[in-house]
Design a protein around this ligand. Sequence first.
Ligand code: AMP
Ligand code: GLY
Length: 435
Amino acid sequence: MKVLLVGGGGREHAIAWAVKKSPRCEKLYAAPGNAGIAELAECVDISVMDADSLVSFAKEKEIDFCIVAPDDPLAAGVADAFLDAGIKTFGPRKNAAIIEASKAFSKDLMKKYNIPCAASETFDDADKALDYLKTLEAPYVLKADGLALGKGVLICMTFEEAEAGIKEIMVDKKFGDAGDRVVIEEFMTGREVSVLCFSDGKTILPMTSAQDHKRAGDGDTGLNTGGMGTFSPSPFYTDEIAKFCEENVYQRTISAMASEGREFKGVLFCGLMLTEKGPRVLEFNARFGDPEAQVVIPRMKNDMLDVMEACVDGTLDKINLEFDDGAAVCVMLASDGYPVSYKKGFEITGLEKFDEDQGYFAFHSGTKFAEKEELVNGMVSKKKVVVTNGGRVLGVTARGANLKEARANAYKATEWVSFENKYMRNDIGKAIDDE
Ligand code: AMP
Ligand code: GLY
């Protein structure tokens, strides 16, 4: 099969690695890809949002199978564009990707179909939102309705903070149109777990669990980011909890979407909080999580193309999804200053030390190639190097027999990589050792 993967982050690098391993993959293209994906795929410089150019490219290269991995193109209907052109495509249509693209939609769906989640109200008027806030007690949870790079959720400890938050989201439009509506939600406490599920619209198969660390600083301090590291599996996601979620969350959600005429084919990411009252949905995403994909995919035993094709064909009931018994930990190497402001363009060294057969991966998030001039025998020669090109730079993933070993391996591997302004959290998966 000739495959086109749309996306260019760490999640797409992990997907590319799995797709390339499939004996059925003859040729892999990535749009736009990145310096790591370029080792596995031919990268083409087309934006993930440019549906017309993506479809033309797919037709020209006679692509058999497309994978749309990131949230923005899914929400904008890029999977629809491929499907409507008659190309087999993994990833939900726009009318189903709305489960991530609108928090107001997903809350309405959960309420209507009795899927366990935090109590909430949605507002499109800042004054009404403030009146409602006055009836609640701190802490307050405010969520911009639309996509905001994982940063549109504010947890406010005082009323004044919440008042300022409503202004930021709805009046100052800090997140643009994503803030036209705001969801105000009951504050919950508990362990967080991410469960990514393959779905063909009727059958849903949960993958192994994972946990993300969303805050920028050690000890879950600082600003929310796109994710600073993950581990898999989560020891807190017991068989009993899994069984509850399979019945009350995953299957119910997929059936609800089908009943609404919004057949969901692709990966449904369920962000859960394990509260004292039982598991509750924090959010749904319409794609693999990033960096959850970097710990879940390396543990998957199945052929990725077989599973993805079954999602598109509606034959997921024939697949026996399997994961290894070990564990994986991903530590995100970021540019110091992320998620606010940071410098990029620094050379990255040490990548050659990673051996996937030994269970070590350097998944590229924000990298690109650059040319560097060097003096060789007194002559100037140009060399291609990999440089930093984003806030999140590399997801250093390691496997291990258990979480403790995977964690030690991942932190060892972070030392192999050098670049100026390298920043990481030092406590990814640490809670596991302490428990
Ligand atoms: P979300 O993008 O909706 O998953 O929210 C981002 C993060 O905010 C979550 O991972 C939680 O840590 C936190 N959060 C979201 N909703 C709530 C809530 N209702 N109660 C407590 N924390 C929450
Ligand atoms: N790691 C959270 C996300 O992908 O949204």
